[in-house]
Structure formats: structure tokens, C-alpha cells
Ligand binder design. Structure first.
Ligand code: FUB
Length: 327
């Protein structure tokens, strides 16, 4: 475990000092001041889970991860929920590929969103394609909405994995995906079709970064933040970079403080992340996986959480994992 002061879950209210979390803080600090943050970063889920997508629906947070520890050959998806980011409830299997006609394995890297119709839409990778499933509940059960992939192999010039769904303030929804290149496309209001003519390659081009996979999009004020994984997930140097734009389609300016998240002495391979905002606050958490501690690797990963802050210029600030652990 990271540090003896923490529980098995390893993530405490003190780590965030967010006032909405009960139990107070013995090592409090302002989340807008990285120097004031303390505590550890995880794991928050018991077991091996990777590629976590964190999202808030109603008064609960949900994490939709890849089930790990099966040599990337998992066949179903689970979900976890929490009211406080500390205590997570295992909601069980929400989609089993046994019920998906076009794929049997490689159930990876999902994302979820609420549609204009109030239903929940679950975007998932399966056997190198992307599907969409629907449910009346964020905890499922989800059923395949199309009976075929939403994004097929060779449909775009990217390896079609790692979907991310983003809802903009104006109600438009976008899908981001891809390994090697990042593709963005507007979703139709029914959430189960893409508006294909809007698709474009938005891969950030910069000498200081290399887009690999795991794209995530958020909006803070009028600024769109695209973030993604760099390097191979089997590398201890797997890390998160970020860029900004005034449009969900870019072009994106790569921040000069990349990487935003990267390894330290304990945490190896910290990436494939997602970010959630605390309701009504300019306070954010970054959810990511790392090699399980101890003994993990790129196929045996665990899910962690850490506070994420922005600097005065509106850029994501580097997450100092060592400082968060109090190291
Ligand atoms: O979990 C399988 C793959 O590993 C994901 O699709 C990638 O983003 C990487 O994390």
C-alpha cells in the first residue's frame, strides 16, 4: 500500500479536503493550492480495474472501468458508485459481451453519458471496435443498442478503441476515440448514431507530446480541455498530457506543463484517465489507473483518484503524486 496512514481504499477526505466529504480533515489544504493537498491517491476500488471513466449522475459518482487481470481478454463490464468519492459500491456486471452479437472479448475502456431522453448510454470497446448500449439506469443492465458496432474497424484512420462521450453546455454530444490518432465526431440526438460528416482528426500536433489513446474531454468556462495517454500502457512511463481549445473540435494548443500526470517512485504507468467536477464547485478529481501496487504491470492495473487543479492561465496543473502521498 502507498502509505500506512490510509485505509485499504487509500483515498481519504483529507486527501481532497473537499468540504462535502464527511469526516473532516486532519491534514487539510485548499484544493486550489497544490501545496496544501495531502494524502494518498489510491486504489479506490478493490481489485484490478483499468481505464476508469468517472462521471456524476444525479447525486452519485460512477466509475465505469475495464475489468483487468485477464490479459486484456475480459468479457464483461462492471460499474461502481459512490456518494462521496471515498466509499465505492460494486454495482456488479452491467453489460456482458455474451449478449453482444458482434464481439466476444476484449471488453475495454468504456464511457457513459445521459442522453436528451434521460436514458443512459454506454460506449465500449469490444474486439477492436466501438459499440453503444442503453439502459434506463446508470447501473444497467445495458443492452446493445444497434446489434452491430457504432464504429467499425477501418471506418476512420485510427485504431477504434477508447470511446469518450462529452456533453457540451449547449446540449450537443460528441464522441472522441482512437489509438494512434484522435477522432472527434458529433453524436446525433438519439446517442446511437454519429453525424459522420462532422468527424475530424483532432490529434494534437506538438513536439512536446505524442498522442497514443484514452482521449478525455471537459469544458471549464469557455475552454475545452482535451487530455490523453502517452506511451504504451505496459510502460511505467505511460502518462497523461493535455491541451486546450475554444472548440470541442480544436485546434488544440498543447500545454507547456505536460505531462499532467506521470510516474513517481510508487506509481507506475498512471494514465488512461477521466476527470469529474464536484457539483457547484470549481473542484475536480482525476481518476486513472496505474500498475497495481505491489506487483502489477500493464495488464494488472488498479484505479486511483487524485485532486486536479488549474493554474491562473486555466491550464491543468501537474499532479504531484509524491506530494499527495505526503512523501
Ligand atoms: O485496457 C486495454 C487498453 O489498455 C485500453 O484500451 C488502453 O487505453 C490501455 O489502457
Amino acid at each position: 500500500m502507498d502509505t500506512p496512514m490510509l485505509s485499504r481504499r487509500g483515498f481519504t477526505a483529507a486527501a481532497l479536503a473537499f468540504p462535502l466529504i464527511a469526516n473532516g480533515s486532519t491534514r487539510s489544504g485548499s484544493p486550489s493550492s497544490p501545496a496544501g493537498l495531502s494524502g494518498a491517491i489510491g486504489p479506490v476500488l478493490t481489485g484490478l480495474y483499468a481505464d476508469p471513466h468517472i462521471v456524476r449522475f444525479g447525486d452519485r459518482y460512477y466509475i465505469y472501468p475495464t475489468t483487468d487481470g485477464q490479459r486484456w481478454m475480459s468479457t464483461s463490464f462492471k460499474c461502481f458508485s459512490s456518494s462521496d468519492l471515498v466509499n465505492w459500491k460494486d454495482e456488479g456486471v452491467i453489460l456482458d459481451l455474451a449478449e453482444v452479437a458482434w464481439a466476444e472479448t476484449k471488453a475495454w475502456a468504456p464511457a457513459a453519458a445521459r442522453g436528451p431522453d434521460g436514458r443512459y448510454y454506454f460506449y465500449f470497446t469490444a474486439q477492436d471496435r466501438i459499440g453503444v448500449a442503453v439502459s434506463d439506469s446508470p447501473t444497467g443492465p445495458f443492452r446493445d443498442a444497434l446489434g452491430k458496432p457504432l464504429i467499425e474497424r477501418n471506418q476512420f484512420e485510427t485504431y477504434p478503441i477508447d470511446p469518450m462521450v462529452f456533453a457540451d453546455d449547449d446540449g450537443e454530444r460528441y464522441l472522441y476515440f482512437g489509438n494512434g490518432r484522435c477522432i472527434a465526431v458529433r453524436l446525433k440526438p438519439n446517442m446511437i448514431e454519429i453525424d459522420e460528416p462532422t468527424a475530424r482528426d483532432i490529434t494534437p500536433e506538438s513536439p512536446t507530446t505524442e498522442y497514443r489513446e484514452g482521449a478525455f474531454m471537459l469544458r471549464r468556462g469557455d475552454t475545452y480541455h482535451l487530455s490523453w495517454s502517452v506511451n504504451d500502457t505496459r510502460s511505467p512511463d505511460y502518462q497523461v498530457h493535455a491541451a486546450t481549445s475554444d472548440s470541442p473540435f480544436g485546434p488544440f494548443t498543447v500545454a507547456d506543463n505536460v505531462p499532467v500526470l506521470f510516474r513517481d517512485g510508487v506509481t507506475r504507468g498512471p494514465a488512461h484517465h477521466s476527470i469529474a467536477r464536484l457539483p457547484g464547485e470549481d473542484r475536480w478529481v482525476i481518476c486513472f489507473h496505474r500498475f497495481a501496487v505491489p506487483g502489477g504491470d500493464g495488464m494488472n492495473r488498479e484505479t486511483c483518484l487524485a485532486p486536479l487543479t488549474f493554474d491562473e492561465e486555466g491550464r491543468m496543473q501537474r499532479v504531484d503524486l509524491s506530494a499527495l502521498r505526503g512523501a
